[in-house]
Design a protein around this ligand. Structure first.
Ligand code: GTP
Ligand code: ZN
Length: 216
């Protein structure tokens, strides 16, 4: 049993990059070959018939799908995909993009989980191109993940790059296949996580406004 802590803030960020830095998609042929072999061995463990043409290229296809889609967040850096503009009009209004569909894979079962993200921020000196909110979410989703960690990493990266007054990342209507298709078999269960930073941590009314906008 973990020791309880009184104040979570004193404990620091909830998902420090303690484990992830070693997780990489390099795109080099050795890594493709390693993933391809792993998929081959998995199918082989089921004694699939390699004469069946439907399996012939499957290890290659699956390796490509992992490298180019399901794990491609490891190959990307938010800094390379994000443009920050000066907030020349001095807008202090709420900006939010919602209903951003995301795809991820849980690090416990390697089962897909998918749902929607909403990101809201209050600008300070900078603004972000709207599409970039979805890009940052996509970078952290396309990994072996926890839902909570996607939200936390997305929020932390936006704080780091944009230095806004605050950010709130809500991941909602999320279906975890490991919970619906196996295990507890909660077919209709959905999970919501909320990560808040800066002003959103302190201002309950602002959080409520974001939640009501998501539900519209
Ligand atoms: N916190 C968190 N847990 C997750 C996420 N995705 C899957 N899990 C959970 O990871 C846990 C792994 O628990 P274990 O008891 O080790 O594995 P298990 O025996 O397969 O668990 P069951 O799914 O309950 O059958 C399960 O409770 C999953 O629901 C996620 O994104 N965040
Ligand atoms: Zn799982």
């Amino acid at each position: 049993m973990l020791e309880p802590i009184d104040k979570i803030d004193e404990y620091g960020p909830s998902f420090i990059d303690a484990f992830e830095p070693t997780e990489k998609v390099t795109g080099d042929p050795e890594q493709y070959a390693k993933v391809e072999k792993a998929v081959h061995d998995l199918l082989d463990a089921f004694n699939v018939n390699w004469e069946d043409p439907n399996y012939t290229d499957t290890p290659k296809r699956v390796a490509k799908a992992y490298m180019e889609y399901w794990a491609n967040g490891y190959a990307r850096e938010a800094e390379d995909e994000v443009t920050v503009f000066p907030n020349s009009s001095g807008s202090e209004d709420l900006v939010m993009v919602k209903d951003m569909k995301f795809y991820s894979m849980c690090s416990h079962h390697l089962a897909p989980f998918t749902g929607y993200g909403a990101i809201a921020y209050m600008a300070d000196e900078n603004l972000l191109g709207l599409s970039k909110l979805g890009r940052i979410l996509d970078i952290y989703a396309r990994r072996f993940q926890l839902q909570e960690r996607i939200g936390a990493q997305t929020a932390d990266k936006i704080m780091q790059l944009l230095r806004p007054k605050g950010v709130m990342v809500v991941l909602y209507d999320v279906e975890h296949l490991c919970m619906s298709s196996r295990g507890v078999k909660l077919h209709e269960a959905s999970t919501t996580t909320v990560a808040t930073r800066g002003i959103f941590k302190e201002d309950a009314q602002l959080r409520a406004e974001v939640m009501s906008l998501i539900n519209k």
